[in-house]
Design a protein around this ligand. Structure first.
Ligand code: 5AD
Ligand code: SF4
Length: 480
């Protein structure tokens, strides 16, 4: 244990030295040219990727890059997702576009990282079809970005050929958690905080455990220190991130539970809202439900992926709970936190799904009354057990079920909407409304959006708002 921590600290120092070295080089270049270098990051996929992009952005800013909102930049990075096939195809589309931009922009660097890069086939395709890419790295070594840029610049100096100039650094897995590197945040008042990396659950359809590696929890002290620093910096809301936050602490010595971690975070002055994502039903403990029931800061929202309502399919999916377990869990949560908003993920068309299985899913949707749901058509991911199952569902059948599920979810959302109409609720003011500049947009504890008139100086504050009218997915409010 001790040894790993030392390795991590050594690596932090090494990377900071390289960042400083590059910073000096970039400052010298700026003195010569008078032009600052720009960067642009395109992020695909989940909140984990968004958080990684913030870390990448922190490193790039520290080196001396300035952010720009188009791909016409000196450094363009694609942070990729591979959870479903269409995510991969979108990245190839962007690469085609950036390749054409690069022809007219000497010195431009193109990098790709993220989950898709942990797949050999995708990397091989990039090597052959997109040889202009400069840097490829994966999910385990984003902390090395400055070092990879340095290596790429040195390759240029020694004059490598196009293909051997590509710097590729991919790790299959890692124990390392490198702390204390530069960091960036999209919002000044709310922040994502990683608590667990990787996933050990091996749901049979899912590629995540193969691309994000085995589960590793950050130390309590590192998390608390980070959140205290965020609070000092004016952050009011934290979103704790992990593929399965409920299994937080299993590999720590001494063992710590997620509920205990939440209680520590609750004590931090300045933090007013705590969210977390994602919860695996199999690991959601009664201890956590009890903590949620008494907490003043944990938000009234739980994202609890169902995936399927059929106990038969859940077994084949390796989810380790049944339909009855899920419904019982939901009952206990609703009893303890009556105003909780529940959202979920559901997959339609998993191999072997019958009409009866699908109707079990519909039954759970009816019984639970989700506020909203992300619904996915099953996508075959090579390397996962489900990809080799020979009873794949025909596309037209899956699509037809998908549409029926959407109708059911919409009915469920419509029922849930308006629950808080005509009440006064606390709203974290997030931004000026994108459609109407006279309105502000904020969120309730249960994550529902509220639009209301107000001055933009309120952004970042938590204020009471009267919810005048429900519009389904949002409320029209009036500050009180
Ligand atoms: N096909 C479709 N959806 C998937 N998900 C994960 N893997 C697949 C797949 N192969 C969905 C799950 C998960 C969400 C993030 O993505 O519902 O909860
Ligand atoms: Fe994928 Fe299952 Fe892990 Fe979620 S818990 S990331 S669905 S393997």
């Amino acid at each position: 244990m001790k040894k790993i921590e030392n390795t991590n600290e050594f690596e932090t120092k090494r990377q900071l030295d390289i960042i400083n070295e590059l910073k000096k080089e970039y400052e010298a270049e700026f003195k010569r040219t008078g032009i600052n270098k720009t960067y642009h990051i395109e992020t695909f996929g989940c909140q984990m990727n968004s958080r990684d992009s913030e870390k990448i952005s922190g490193i790039l800013k520290q080196i001396g890059y300035i952010e720009t909102d188009t791909e016409d930049a000196d450094f363009v990075l694609y942070n990729t997702c591979t959870v479903r096939e269409n995510a991969n195809n979108r990245v190839y589309g962007r690469l085609g576009y950036v390749g054409r931009l690069k022809k007219n922009r000497p010195g431009m660097l193109v990098a790709i990282c993220g989950c898709m890069m942990q797949e050999t086939a995708a990397v091989e395709k990039i090597k052959t079809s997109y040889p202009f890419v400069d840097i490829i790295f994966g999910t385990h070594n984003i902390f090395k970005l400055a070092e990879l840029i340095k290596t790429r610049r040195e390759n240029e100096t020694i004059g490598g050929k196009q293909s051997d100039r590509m710097v590729i650094d991919l790790w299959k897995d890692t124990d390392m958690i490198v702390e204390s590197l530069p960091n960036d945040r999209k919002y000044p008042f709310k922040a994502g905080v990683n608590i667990v990396f990787g996933c050990d659950n091996y749901c049979s359809y899912c590629i995540v455990p193969y691309v994000r590696g085995r589960e590793r929890s950050r130390n309590v002290k590192d998390i608390i220190d980070e959140i205290k620093a965020l609070a000092d910096d004016g952050v009011k809301e934290v979103m704790l991130l992990g593929q399965n936050v409920n299994s937080y602490g299993k590999n720590l010595n001494p063992r710590v539970s997620f509920a205990q971690l939440l209680q520590e975070i609750e004590k931090i002055e300045g933090i007013e809202r705590i969210r977390f994502m994602t919860s695996h039903p199999k690991d959601l403990s009664q201890e956590l439900i009890d903590v949620m029931a008494t907490s003043k800061k944990i938000c009234k929202h739980l994202h609890l992926p169902l995936q399927s309502g059929s106990s038969r399919l859940l077994k084949i999916m390796n989810r380790k709970y049944s339909k009855e377990d899920y419904l019982d869990l939901v009952d206990r949560i609703k009893k303890a936190v009556p105003d909780i908003s529940l959202t979920t993920d559901i997959i339609v068309g998993f191999p072997g799904e019958t009409e009866e299985d699908f109707m079990e899913t519909i039954d759970v949707v009816k019984k639970v009354g989700f506020d909203s749901a992300f619904t996915f058509l099953y996508s075959k991911r090579s390397g996962t057990p489900a990809a080799n199952m020979d009873n794949q569902v025909e596309e037209n059948i899956a699509k037809e079920r998908f549409d029926r599920l959407l109708d059911e979810i919409q009915a469920s959302s419509a029922k849930a909407a308006g629950r808080d109409e005509h009440t006064i609720q606390d709203v974290l003011v997030e931004e000026v409304n994108s459609q109407n500049e006279d309105l502000l947009t904020g969120r309730l504890s249960n994550n529902m959006l509220v639009h209301f008139p107000g001055d933009k100086s309120l952004i970042g504050d938590i204020i009471p708002v009267y919810l005048k009218e429900s519009k389904g997915f949002y409320y029209i409010g009036e500050p009180v």
